[in-house]
Design a protein around this ligand. Structure first.
Ligand code: AMP
Ligand code: ZN
Length: 132
């Protein structure tokens, strides 16, 4: 499969490895938002959150938690963002599921999303479509 992250796992493309076990691989993002920006991926190729099982996702999330702590303590930052882009419309460029862990510094200039407000009746309609 012609997947850049599968090639990184296989060692065909170099990376700065942060963590590896039987199922999970983590490495520095080549174009970091901030120094230490890390990507955590399953070794099995899944395109996005829809494709991975809940159990495997939980396993991945456990590693994300550990690396978040290591980033915070190792780099001495106060916090970090954890993000997954699912599908192109949401900004996913590499179609191999990955968590971004982005260390944050006071005043680093990273802007997250802008927020709006609901029109009359819109929240009720939305919740009825979404709720499980
Ligand atoms: P996304 O937009 O969520 O698909 O993010 C893909 C991320 O992969 C981007 O932040 C890229 O900088 C990163 N990336 C692409 N190629 C490489 C590479 N060879 N090594 C490390 N990170 C990469
Ligand atoms: Zn892949």
């Amino acid at each position: 499969m012609d997947c850049i992250f599968c090639k990184i796992i296989a060692g065909e493309i170099p990376s700065y490895k942060v963590y590896e076990d039987d199922n999970v691989f983590a490495f520095l993002d080549i174009a970091p938002v901030n120094v230490g920006h890390t990507l955590v991926i399953p070794k099995k190729h899944y395109e996005n959150m829809e494709d991975i099982s809940e159990e495997e996702l939980c396993n991945l999330a456990r590693v994300v938690k550990r690396i978040g702590k290591s980033i915070k303590e190792g780099l001495g930052v106060k916090g970090y963002n954890i993000n997954i882009n699912n599908k192109e419309v949401a900004g996913q460029i590499v179609p191999h599921l990955h968590f971004h862990i982005i260390p944050r510094e006071e005043g680093d200039g990273l802007k997250l999303w802008s927020q709006g407000k609901y029109n009359e009746g819109e929240a009720e309609k939305a919740v009825n479509k979404i709720k499980i």
